[in-house]
Design a protein around this ligand. Structure first.
Ligand code: SAM
Length: 249
């Protein structure tokens, strides 16, 4: 059987395309792309003539079956999305799952990923972290999700559309408090790349006062909630635990 290569493409700067990714895209029989017209520009830039087929959210389940048949027949296929790593807030999950269930070898060709790039430049604890994808687009759903995340003690990231950035930050200030530190990573790897971190109250004012900050693609990196205060509670709990342990046979 062939191999399904899951290939990351740049998130802005074309020089982030790795030599191995280019080689794989040249060598495979077929490229399954989220948007073939969008990716045609990338292929043209790098002189890659491999045939492409569309594989996106709306056709992925059906298309997946046909692609797996070709893989089983021996063809190597590469999966790409419009930008960055496939499956990360991008299509690909169904195809990869179907391929694995059919026993097809799946081989990731890693590269750019906006959330990892943002985290690597944030200077926030990165030993444990969480990725929340896109928050709900509507205010009510977004606030509910933010409430559920308010006590998260790991650093966490979300993707956000530029036209919702300001209201998202305002909701964050409401639900997480004005002192919570957030990093705005905008236009990563591009000419106007900006990484700016501040407590939410300041960040909201900064973004509101400068409409340039409301343009382009962005990632928000949110510092985890501070540990709950008061060792007294912990000590109490430990004393109770000691008493309970003493009762065990
Ligand atoms: N698969 C991609 C990845 O690996 O990062 C993410 C795809 S998702 C549909 C697009 C979102 O990723 C954008 O709305 C933005 O939040 C984030 N993003 C992509 N490129 C970015 C960049 N150059 N700078 C900042 N954020 C970016």
């Amino acid at each position: 059987a062939g191999t399904l290569f899951v290939v990351a493409t740049p998130i802005g700067n074309l020089q982030d395309m790795s030599p191995r990714a280019l080689q794989v895209l040249k060598d495979v029989k077929l490229i399954a792309a989220e948007d073939t017209r969008h990716s045609a520009r990338l292929m043209q830039h790098f002189g890659i003539g491999t045939p492409m087929t569309a594989c996106h959210d709306h056709n992925e389940r059906d298309k997946g079956g046909r692609l797996v048949e070709r893989l089983l027949a021996g063809d190597d296929i590469a999966l790409i999305s419009d930008a960055g790593t496939p499956l990360i807030s991008d299509p690909g999950y169904h195809l990869v799952r179907q391929a694995r269930e059919a026993g097809v070898k799946v081989s990731p060709v890693p590269g750019a990923c906006a959330l990892i790039a943002a985290l690597s430049g944030a200077g926030m604890p990165s030993d444990r972290f969480a990725f929340e994808g896109f928050l709900p687009a509507k205010a009510h759903g977004r606030r509910q999700r933010l409430q559920a995340l308010a006590a998260e003690d790991r650093t966490w990231m979300v993707y956000e559309a530029p036209h919702r950035l300001l209201e998202c930050l305002q909701d964050m200030q409401q639900e997480l408090g004005g002192e919570r530190r957030v990093l705005l990573a905008r236009e990563l790897t591009k000419t106007f790349e900006t990484l700016h971190s501040a407590p939410l109250a300041e960040l909201v004012a900064w973004v509101a006062s400068d409409s340039d900050q409301q343009r382009g693609e962005c990632v928000l990196v949110v510092e985890g909630a501070p540990a709950p205060e008061g060792d007294a509670v912990g000590d109490d709990a430990l004393r109770v635990l000691d008493l309970l342990l003493a009762e065990l046979p």
